[in-house]
Design a protein around this ligand. Structure first.
Ligand code: SF4
Ligand code: SF4
Length: 358
């Protein structure tokens, strides 16, 4: 758990970011405002551009958001996590239901654990061990600084022993840019954490331990080409900090939650939505993650993706929670819930939890 100091820092930071001022009604009003700035319907736009309809295919990734508690409070967090979110936490019964469904879902190859900071949640290690025992790959979406939270001293060893794939957020290789987005001192601790992960084999060629980094833009612009940015990251991190990693993923900022608030404050909502629509790429739409991923929230509700989860837009299917499912294949063929934020997944080279989609 965060110390009193960290808690106060996050609180102040959230006040600066304006989160406290937003009521549910204000948020709803902002969402409705998006409808009046001329953003076309995503589904119609996809159809007129000859895109493949958004229909669920066999699920290969089960993504579980095990709770919103996080030791950080990043400016662009699309789930609005922070040390203040202490009550939205997955319980044991829900975690057991996830494992039951996983056992019945032979097409699912990956359990993707996210949050908040997933490692700080009670069910994290249970889910990792159960999934690995079933031969399912596990992804830990790690914010790096979590390694230095109380009780996490053995985290690198635990992850390595279970061959968990680590996907770590590092929005820039510059200290100033990273700290501006994620909080003061985050870059320094992130570099230390990357070194500690390297020390147990993560990101080291031939170790079989994958350490991927996740970049997202520091403002209202699209990410640069993933391949080129990976070269720059590798050279900066290796030469300056002696850090190794496996791959770099680029992620587009979605116009939802904290980033939507930022756009609103800066008066850039319309400009950013136009940027996403103008850069719509039908090839990128083929690989959107909702086609073969199910997202489960801390309370067991099912969504087509983590973004829909944060917008409270559950699946269309009559089976609405993990408790209703026998297998992930129960949802095959159902129509995916889409809205104007979906343009964030199809702009430029596309964007998903595994980076660019083309
Ligand atoms: S570390 Fe991740 S989950 Fe936590 S506040 Fe930052 S972006 Fe959100
Ligand atoms: S936001 Fe979600 S539902 Fe929309 S295209 Fe992206 S992954 Fe699919």
């Amino acid at each position: 758990m965060a110390t009193d100091d960290e808690f106060q820092t996050a609180k102040t930071r959230l006040e600066t970011l304006g989160q406290k001022a937003l009521t549910k009604e204000e948020r709803a009003r902002r969402r409705r405002a998006l409808d009046t700035i001329g953003v076309p319907s995503f589904e119609s736009y996809l159809e007129t551009r000859g895109g493949k309809a958004l229909i669920r295919e066999p699920t290969t990734i089960l993504q579980v958001n095990i709770g919103l508690y996080c030791n950080q409070a990043c400016a662009h967090c699309h789930v609005e996590s922070s040390p203040l979110r202490t009550t939205e936490v997955m319980d044991a019964a829900t975690a057991q239901a996830v494992v039951r469904v996983l056992k019945n879902s032979s097409n699912v190859k990956t359990l993707d654990l996210t949050g908040g900071a997933p490692e700080l949640h009670e069910q994290f290690r249970f889910l990792v061990r159960e999934a690995r025992a079933l031969g399912v790959d596990v992804i830990d979406r790690c914010n790096l600084t979590v390694l230095y939270e109380e009780g996490q001293e053995d985290l690198p060893q635990f992850l390595a022993e279970n061959k968990v794939k680590v996907v770590a957020s590092l929005p820039c290789y510059s200290e100033a840019n990273t700290d501006a987005q994620r909080g003061k001192g985050v870059f320094e601790r992130s570099i230390a954490a990357l070194r500690d992960l390297n020390a147990v084999g993560y990101g080291v060629e031939g170790s079989g331990l994958e350490l991927d980094l996740m970049y997202n833009p520091g403002g209202a612009f699209l990410p640069p080409a993933q391949e080129n940015l990976e070269v720059a990251y590798r050279s900066e991190l290796r030469d300056t900090w002696g850090v190794e990693f496996s791959r770099l993923f680029t992620l587009t900022n979605m116009p939802i939650k904290r980033f939507a608030d930022y756009l609103h404050r800066e008066g850039k909502t319309s400009e950013y939505m136009s940027l996403l629509v103008e850069n719509f790429n039908v090839a990128a739409s083929v690989g959107v993650m909702c086609r073969d991923l199910i997202s489960v929230s801390w309370d067991g509700t099912l969504y087509d993706c983590d973004f829909n989860q944060q917008l409270d837009m559950p699946v269309r299917d009559e089976k609405k929670t993990i408790f209703d499912l026998d297998s992930c294949d129960d949802l095959v063929g159902s129509r995916i819930v889409a809205d104007n934020h979906c343009f964030g997944c199809t702009a430029g080279s596309g964007s998903s939890c595994s980076g660019a989609t083309i």
